[in-house]
Design a protein around this ligand. Structure first.
Ligand code: SAH
Ligand code: SF4
Length: 347
């Protein structure tokens, strides 16, 4: 169990039911209190022991001395003009900030979750990369993003780890959060509705295989040509595309989960016929679908998006090659909540 570094107490949003039962036993309280607490937290979105009315005042005091509950005291919520995206900026207790975005679909809501404050991977087209790396998020700071969205009345059924940060570089905290979010006592979000997106960190993918973790993966390709990729995504140097693809292939063979190739289009950098041919070959090898994202521009990012016409042509070329393809609809550009735009709050 990790604990809040500032208080050394475990945080309520990062304890599993098993761990909570052990704490409750150490505090010499009745075992059923652990279940009551989880009901308050995950069904009623109440973290504060003082509000847990079926727990006695004395027990509330004992619990609050042993377990940290502070979360989300300072949040900004920014709705997009079309009201389809809602960005949350969480101000953490050490000046770090983290952003999460509620994406409203017709019949359900997805939360785009952050795994790190900033990101060390430094992809040249991503604002989070430009902002740089602040720190890994603790488990409770990841679970807390979903907790706050739920508390504000946005029922979240789908999660995408496509916010700030490279999730596989914060493996332990991200996958502990996933365990809690997936648990029946937690928010009970199906793993089939969770997607972890990675820029291709080999050791992380190897760990997914070794630990037999089943989750939908998205791989951010950048460019399917290794030399060109390295110029856009420095991670290529130590995590070569050939090895990453082989690792993803092995993961797919073992788990048969959905794999998506995320492809951010940059004018003149990765949009040639040859680039798209190489992308299709990779998708076929991995039995993956392609998700095209036209660049969300920003003054700090030295690239341009492609034209809408070219985007449609590329989509058609991919379809003709027999690879399933979708185009990511830009939600929340006006509030800097679209892909690769998170981190604005640092600038
Ligand atoms: N670090 C992980 C998770 C973040 S996902 C990863 O890179 O996969 C963010 C997604 O948005 C990635 O697919 C990334 O390639 C894409 N992206 C980054 N910057 C972008 C931008 N400016 N415009 C459009 N997409 C961008
Ligand atoms: Fe980090 Fe992903 Fe942005 Fe690259 S695209 S800098 S890995 S958040």
């Amino acid at each position: 169990m990790t604990s809040n570094v500032l208080t050394q107490k475990p945080h309520i949003l990062e304890i599993t039911l098993e761990e909570l039962k052990a704490i409750v036993a150490t505090l010499q309280l009745k075992p059923f209190i652990a279940t009551q607490i989880m009901e308050w937290v995950y069904q009623k979105c109440v973290c504060d022991f003082a509000l847990m009315s079926n727990i006695s005042k004395a027990n509330q005091k004992t619990l609050s001395e042993a377990i940290e509950t502070k979360w989300g005291e300072k949040i900004d919520v920014l709705p997009s003009k079309d009201d389809l995206a809602l960005k949350h900026i969480f101000y953490l207790n050490d000046d770090a900030k983290v952003e999460a975005v509620v994406l409203k679909e017709k019949t359900y809501n997805t939360l785009c979750v952050s795994s790190q404050a900033g990101c060390p991977v430094d992809c040249k087209f991503c604002l989070t990369g430009v902002v740089g790396f602040k720190r890994n998020l603790q488990t409770y700071e990841i679970v807390g993003q979903i907790f706050s969205a739920q508390k504000q009345g946005h029922a979240i059924s789908h999660l995408v780890f496509m916010g700030m940060g490279e999730p596989l570089l914060n493996f332990d905290n991200v996958f502990k959060a996933i365990r809690i979010l997936n648990a029946e006592y937690g928010f009970n979000i199906s793993k089939r509705k969770m997607t972890v997106s990675t820029s291709g960190y080999l050791a992380g993918i190897e760990r997914l295989i070794k630990e037999d973790i089943h989750i939908n993966l998205a791989f951010s390709v950048g460019c399917a040509n290794p030399q060109k990729r390295e110029l856009l995504m420095p991670i290529e140097k130590r995590n070569p595309l050939t090895e990453v693809s082989q690792a993803l292939h092995r993961y797919q063979a073992l788990h048969n989960r959905k794999l998506t190739l995320e492809y951010t289009l940059l004018e003149g950098k990765n949009d040639s016929h040859q680039d798209i041919r190489e992308l299709c070959a990779l998708a076929k090898y991995l039995s993956a679908k392609i998700n095209l994202i036209n660049l969300n521009p920003h003054p700090k990012i030295p690239f341009k998006p492609i034209s809408t016409k070219s985007l449609h042509q590329i989509k058609e070329t991919i379809e003709k090659a027999g690879v399933p393809v979708t185009v990511r609809f830009k939600k929340g550009q006006d509030i800097s909540a679209a892909c690769g735009q998170l981190g604005e709050s640092y600038l």
